[in-house]
Ligand binder design. Structure first.
Ligand code: DX5
Ligand code: ZN
Length: 219
């Protein structure tokens, strides 16, 4: 399994965004997590396509886009044009999940399917083998800086078992409340793509990235 760090710029200093991102890239983060919130699916509003379009040409990282928006199918093309490489949509936010995933593929992006903490992992069963990455939210989507809900890691364990039983090596991403002190719990549960916002961007992004990457490399 390949272990990857996906720093979430939600917690970055937007006046010094380029420098912050650069520090994560130089220290081994091959993904960059881009959280889009619409104030409807989640209470808060973050940023969207124009910001992504500015970041895209400045980095080599895989743009790992997490859409926390209602009916994301409406924006699939726009995010492809802006530079998203992976487009993750929420199970709870789509009327027609298959149509949404098909559109993401047709636009040349990798597919991601996310579940919030209250959604049982069994709903993902019918999509095994059909998506490139599952995202098991480890906090309620909407804000950075929350505490990891440990029960969500049971869902990661179940999902990894379901994938293993089918011989699938699909990525499992975890997002929310992950720090150097608890990342190993997520890895032990079966996650291999680690999102970290506060843990990377609060303080020195370069040093924080290095510390997390060290754990992932030695795992
Ligand atoms: C929360 C977002 C996360 C957020 C994580 O809804 O999806 O990506 O940035 O932030 P931390 O790592 O601070 O919990
Ligand atoms: Zn996210």
């Amino acid at each position: 399994m390949e272990y990857k760090l996906s720093p979430s710029i939600l917690s970055a200093d937007f006046c010094n965004l380029e420098e912050g991102i650069r520090q994560t890239e130089e220290n081994g983060a091959v993904y960059l997590h881009f959280d889009v919130m619409d104030g409807v699916f989640v209470p808060s509003i973050s940023f969207g396509m124009p910001v992504l379009a500015s970041i895209k040409p400045a980095v080599k990282q895989v743009i790992d886009t997490h859409l926390m928006i209602t009916e994301p199918i409406r924006y699939v093309e726009a995010f492809a044009e802006a530079g998203a490489d992976i487009l993750t949509v929420h199970y709870e936010a789509c009327k027609d999940i298959r149509a949404t995933l098909d559109k993401i593929k047709a636009c040349g992006m990798k597919t991601g399917l996310a579940i919030s903490p209250e959604t049982p992992v069994e709903v993902l069963k019918e999509f095994l083998g059909e998506v490139d990455m599952f995202l098991v939210m480890t906090v309620h989507p909407g804000f950075g800086g929350q505490k990891l809900i440990s029960e969500t890691l049971d869902k990661v364990r179940t999902l990894r078992t379901m994938l293993n039983e089918r011989g699938l090596e699909t990525d499992i991403q975890v997002d929310g409340g992950i720090y150097a002190f608890n990342v190993k719990e997520a890895l032990d549960a079966g996650a291999n793509v680690i999102v970290a916002g506060s843990a990377v961007f609060k303080g020195n992004a370069g040093e924080n990235t290095r510390e997390l990457m060290e754990i992932l490399k030695n795992y």
